[in-house]
Design a protein around this ligand. Structure first.
Ligand SMILES: [Zn+2]
Length: 309
């Protein structure tokens, strides 16, 4: 993950909780006398629907652990496969995903997302446009951070749904198990993957057409081995090294322009220091709004690396 989107679902929280409470009520009424797998799903729906609906990632991991314990030998509380089937039937993501004109569905949820770039890569936009009349339209993908195939009880959990791009969700992440192999989480981790470059060396070679500017992705793990592993896993799964290498020309153009405005052209520097010209406008980049710009986090790293005179 490149950017944190902790507040992305703030506006959607209340509607999603209500939707989930209605699902739980309906399921409890319908299945109260004939629940086939176990009373475990009933207790999740009856006692813990708020956690299931809008619980934080750490609360969702506790649910995963509780499910694991409940169905472990020697005294499993029911048949695990039946439990999973029942979860898929009741906490039905496909129904939520495919509903095109309901009061609350994946389109309405995505329309309320607070992020406009994929948090895993910050290379692709995540856009939702609803048709006039409130019927479906186009929307970003929702990645199940803890995959549906293994954790269907989290299929509709708001903080398990990451608004992201098709490359990251469908092509790269797919069904990888992020419980057994932790990655950086856009809803709870800090932004610890940064772009770095040796500015002094770069300035020496910047006018050499054949020189290669080496932008590297660094992980700020603060010596924490668990964080180091999560950073490495995120870089690997989402092909961040390769994808950012592929953006080298764009980063180089941005850096050249930044060096020109801060260390080069004296007229430009004068215009900016006298406030006749706004640096953000000239650079077409607002550092304060870096989360909503393509390559915004990388540009922000460069912005901070090049000294302002
Ligand atoms: Zn992405």
């Amino acid at each position: 993950m490149i950017i944190s989107i902790m507040g992305a679902w703030k506006a959607a929280r209340a509607s999603h909780l209500k939707y989930m409470q209605n699902i739980a009520l309906g399921a409890l009424k319908a299945t109260g006398t004939r629940l086939s797998s176990s009373s475990f799903l009933l207790s999740l729906l009856a006692d813990d629907i708020e956690t299931l609906a809008v619980g934080s990632p750490s609360e969702l991991r506790k649910v995963v652990e509780n499910v694991r314990r409940a169905f472990s030998r020697p005294f499993p509380c029911g048949n695990y496969n039946e439990f999973l089937l029942e979860c898929r039937r009741i906490l039905n993501y496909e129904r939520f995903r495919d509903d095109r004109d309901g009061a609350w569905n994946a389109y309405r949820l995505c329309a309320m997302a607070g992020n406009s770039m994929c948090p895993y890569c910050q290379l692709e936009e995540t856009k939702t446009v609803i048709r006039e009349g409130g019927v479906a339209g186009i929307r970003q993908e929702l990645d199940h951070y803890y995959c549906q195939s293994k954790f269907p009880f989290l299929a509709l959990s708001l903080y398990n749904l990451v608004p992201s791009c098709a490359h990251c969700n469908s092509a790269l992440k797919r069904d990888k198990n992020f419980i057994s192999l932790p990655h950086l989480h856009p809803f709870e981790d800090d932004e610890v993957i940064k772009i770095d470059i040796d500015i002094d060396s770069y300035m020496q070679i910047m006018h050499t057409p054949t020189a290669i500017a080496e932008f590297v992705l660094v992980g700020l793990d603060n010596g924490d081995p668990a964080m180091e592993k999560s950073i490495a896993a995120s870089k690997r799964t989402f092909m961040l090294k390769e994808r950012y290498q592929n953006e080298g020309d764009k980063l180089r153009n941005f850096l050249d322009r930044l060096l020109m405005v801060r260390c080069g052209d004296s007229e430009l520097r004068l215009a900016i220091s006298s406030k006749a010209l706004d640096e953000s406008v000239f650079m077409n980049f607002d550092c304060k709004d870096y989360k909503n710009a393509r390559l915004g986090s990388a540009k922000r790293s460069l912005w901070e690396l090049v000294p302002s005179e």
